[in-house]
Design a protein around this ligand. Structure first.
Ligand code: GLA
Length: 350
C-alpha cells in the first residue's frame, strides 16, 4: 500500500501553535511518498538518503528512521502493535526548507500503518500520534500545526486553526490577480532545534510568572510584569494572534494589500521580539520590501533559516528572481532556490 503526505506552509501565525494560539497554514503540493508491506524484519528504505536500515526491534538511531519508529512507538502506547514491516520512503519535499518534511513523514507513517493494519483511527488521533512521535521520540517539542495541516489540508484552501480548541475553518485561497511564492534561503542553522525548545521553555516561564494556565488569558497590560526578554516573547505571541485574526478577515475579503502588510509585520516581530530570524531570511525580506508589486514577505516555520513566503501581484515575482538570486549569492556565497507552490489535499492513498 502506498500513501502520500504533503508539506505545509504557514501564511501567518508563527510560534503561536504551542501557545494555544491561532495559525493559518495550507498544505503544499510537495510530498513524502511512503509504501508499507509485511516483512520478516523491520526494514526502512529511503530513496532520498539512498539507505536501507534493518532492525530486529524498532529503536532510536538519531536518524531519519526516528520519525517512523517514533510513530510506531506512539501506536504501541495506545495498544496497537505494529509487526515487522518494510517501509519505503521517497520525497520531493526539500528538507530544511521550513516546509515540515518531518511532519509529512510522520503523518504518512501514521496514516499508512493505521490503514494497512486496519486500525482505522480517526484523523485527529493520527495527528496526535504523529506529533507525539516528534515531541517524545525525536525530541523537538513542536506544536500541532504541521501534523494537523499535512493531515487536514484541502486544495484551494488555507486552514484557520485554533490550536487551543482544535476547531478549524477552511478559508478559500482565492488568489486571482495575486500569487504566493517561496524563496528557500538554503541555510538551516544548527541552533534551530535547541533554540526552538528554548523558546518553549521561555513561554512556560511567562505563564508561571504571570500565574496563567494559557496564553489566551494574558492581557497586554500584564506584560510589563515580565523581564525584558520574556516580555518581548509574550508580546510577539499576543500580537501574532491578532495578526492571524486580521489575516483571516483580509483573505476572506480578498484584501491582499492588508494581508501583505501583516506578513511584513509578522517578520519584524519574529526578528526583533521572538528573535528566531537570521541574516539570510532578513536579507530576502528586506530586498523584497523595496519592490513595487510585492505586498508582503516573511520567514516561515521555526526560523534560523528555511524559507520566506512572498505575496505579490501576479507576474511581479518572476521578474525579480534573477536580481534576488544574484544579490543573495553575492552577499552570502550561497544560491537561493525558488519554489512554485500550490495548495493541496492532506494525506491520502495513492
Ligand atoms: C515548527 C513547529 C511548528 C511551529 C513552527 C513555528 O515548524 O514544528 O509546530 O511551532 O515551528 O510556528
Amino acid at each position: 500500500m502506498k500513501v502520500k503526505a504533503p508539506g505545509r506552509i504557514n501564511i501567518i501565525g508563527e510560534h503561536t501553535d504551542y501557545n494555544d494560539g491561532y495559525v493559518l497554514p495550507f498544505a503544499v503540493n510537495r510530498f513524502v511518498f511512503l509504501s508499507i508491506e509485511r516483512s520478516e524484519k523491520y526494514l526502512f528504505c529511503s530513496e532520498t538518503m539512498n539507505e536501507t536500515v534493518e532492525m530486529d526491534e524498532p529503536k532510536k538511531l538519531n536518524s531519519w528512521t526516528d520519525y517512523i519508529v517514533g510513530v510506531m512507538k506512539s501506536f504501541e502506547k495506545r495498544g496497537y502493535h505494529v509487526p515487522p514491516v518494510r517501509i519505503e520512503v521517497s520525497s520531493n519535499l526539500p528538507v530544511g526548507a521550513g516546509l515540515s518534511s518531518s511532519a509529512a513523514i510522520e503523518v504518512a507513517s501514521a496514516f499508512a500503518i493505521s490503514e494497512y493494519f486496519g486500525f482505522n483511527l480517526p484523523k485527529l488521533e493520527l495527528v496526535k500520534i504523529a506529533r507525539e512521535a516528534e515531541v517524545e521520540f525525536v525530541g523537538v517539542r513542536c506544536g500541532i500545526m504541521d501534523q494537523f495541516t499535512s493531515t487536514f489540508g484541502k486544495k484551494d484552501h488555507a486552514i484557520f486553526l485554533d490550536t487551543m480548541t482544535l476547531e478549524y475553518e477552511y478559508v478559500p485561497l482565492k488568489l486571482e490577480g495575486y500569487e504566493i511564492d517561496l524563496v528557500d534561503s538554503n541555510v538551516k542553522h544548527e541552533l534551530s532545534s535547541s533554540e526552538y525548545n528554548k523558546r518553549r521553555r521561555e513561554c512556560e516561564e511567562i505563564l508561571k510568572i504571570l500565574g496563567k494556565k494559557s496564553f489566551r488569558e494574558i492581557r497586554e497590560e500584564e506584560l510589563s510584569k515580565l523581564p525584558d526578554t520574556l516580555r518581548k516573547r509574550a508580546q510577539h505571541v499576543l500580537e501574532e494572534n491578532k495578526r492571524v485574526l486580521e489575516s483571516v478577515e483580509a483573505l476572506k475579503k480578498g484584501d491582499f494589500e492588508t494581508l501583505g502588510k501583516l506578513l511584513f509585520a509578522s517578520h519584524e516581530s519574529l526578528r526583533d521580539l521572538y528573535e528566531v530570524s537570521c541574516e539570510e531570511t532578513d536579507f530576502i525580506v528586506d530586498f523584497l520590501r523595496e519592490k513595487d508589486g510585492i505586498l508582503g514577505a516573511r520567514m516561515v516555520g521555526g526560523g534560523f533559516g528555511g524559507s520566506v513566503i512572498v505575496l505579490s501581484k501576479k507576474g511581479v515575482f518572476e521578474s525579480l528572481k534573477e536580481e534576488l538570486f544574484e544579490a543573495y549569492k553575492e552577499q552570502f556565497g550561497i544560491e537561493p532556490s525558488f519554489l512554485q507552490i500550490e495548495s493541496t489535499d492532506g494525506v491520502q492513498r495513492v
